[in-house]
Write a protein that binds this ligand. Structure first.
Ligand SMILES: [Ca+2]
Ligand SMILES: [Ca+2]
Length: 91
């Protein structure tokens, strides 16, 4: 049997949490920027393959498609906004 409190919590979680996952934060500092772009650019230039962090689309090869994703997210200023540990930009 579900209590009123449980129903309220389920409703709260169902309608109040928003999150998204963006590719491109290769160095894991919370911001997609030129540093990430540089890492992907270097690996694309060297035709790196395999399970590497610079392969942001997961096709086991670092190329222009990965560079395009990181470039778009860097241009749009994608960063981590975390209510628990704070925003990446404020660190
Ligand atoms: Ca980064
Ligand atoms: Ca790739």
């Amino acid at each position: 049997m579900i209590s009123f409190v449980s129903l309220a919590l389920i409703s709260f979680l169902k309608y109040s949490i928003r999150f998204a996952i963006f590719s491109g934060d290769v160095n894991q500092d919370g911001i997609v920027d030129a540093a990430d772009l540089s890492l992907v650019d270097n690996d694309a230039f060297n035709s790196v393959s395999g399970y590497v962090s610079t392969d942001v689309n997961g096709d086991d090869f670092v190329d222009a498609s990965d560079l395009s994703i990181v470039d778009n997210n860097a241009f749009n200023g994608i960063l981590v906004r975390n209510p628990i540990v704070g925003d990446a930009a404020s660190k």
